[in-house]
Design a protein around this ligand. Sequence first.
Ligand code: 5AD
Ligand code: SF4
Length: 442
Amino acid sequence: MPQTFEKTFFLETFGCQMNVHDSEKVIGTLIAQGYRQVENVEEAGLVLFNTCSIRDKAEQKVFHRLNDFKKLKKQGKRFGVLGCVAQQEGEKIFERAPYVSLVAGSASYRNLPQMLVQLEAGNSRVTGLDDRQTDETFETEFTARSNPHRGYITIIEGCDKFCSYCIVPYTRGKERSRSSDSVLSEAHRMAEAGYTEIQLLGQNVNSYLDPSGRKSFAQLLAAVGEAPGIHRVRFTTSHPRDFTRDIVEAIDSLPTLCDHVHLPVQSGSSKTLRAMMRLYTREEYLERIRWIKEARRPISITTDIIVGFPGETNSDFEETITLLDEVGYDGVFAFKYSPRPHTPALSMIDSIGDEEKSKRLAIVLERQREIQRTSYCRHVGSIIEVMVEGKNEARGQWIGRTSQNKTLNFTAAAEKSPQIGSYHPIRVTASFPNSLVGEIVA
Ligand code: 5AD
Ligand code: SF4
């Protein structure tokens, strides 16, 4: 007789917003199959990790976590690895972590109900690995969004860009877009259910290619922004190569489209960009930045940077620093280059030592902190609308988010406590490099 396990599950998510949203799909599917979500591993019959493999450190974290819980297998618990590490490592995970009995990549979540049946029947090696990775799991009918005000919609999966350092095209497969009609009906359904903010998701969200040929990305963005009841629309992540001027025009003409663009540059050196196979030069990137800056509304710009890519000289690195100064980003996510399996950069010599990478990373972060110290300061004295996200009880401050995606912590009189998810004008009274402080306007 196979040992039975309790139909309770614990799910931990690692990595990007795509993974966070994938977890919402997994949670909804499990609940529809009669499972109950619990808050800790001890209470769970089934323990799931939705994993990220973008850098080696992220991948190692998953295996460490699995190791921590190894002994719990004896208590009849089952373990599953989902997401990018699952797709990348496949059945090898069973060898490395024999207490794992489910390995499934993101393209196979539609088949989770069948996989659960196999698990329940005692199968200790259940897999959902899609070699072609062309399945679409944009949404499932069960998607359980965790926030009642702000929700994600996947509009494009996968990536065909093959930047030389990046594992995503191998873990998330070929680029495939969802029809604009399907995206719009989801947006309308969400608006009717009370959501006021929608975030369109895709590895390269602006590479969107409507299979029905009806709408460009900018047109889709505008159409979602016009859905009755929708107050804010965000989109992430944009690829500079596919970033067209009509996206800026759409933001400019429709106040519901948030004034924020995340446009990863990776490096300020055209030579390094070529080695990274990023498909644009420093000058072409800066041209897009110019379009954004020429908008009538001030649009906030954030980016991703990789330091220590193979062959990055001091002068290449210096070009990244001058780019930071030239653009004046409102936020930078910076990473040390990490060699990944399958990628073309793996065959280049990882010539820059970890110490030097750390040094370059610290220089980027320090320079950026100074830039933000000045730029966040400019908001002091102005009135900005926020969506209320929560409360920091210890500080007695409410936590809000601006259209530019900045955190604005504010105070409000006790009798005027705002509702989570509501929108309020806030007068900004102080600034830090990563947040603003203010008070609610009566
Ligand atoms: N090493 C370091 N950073 C990476 N990223 C992607 N692949 C790697 C890698 N191999 C970063 C890029 C990307 C972000 C999501 O992660 O900056 O934009
Ligand atoms: Fe990775 Fe480049 Fe695709 Fe982004 S565009 S997911 S960095 S391969």
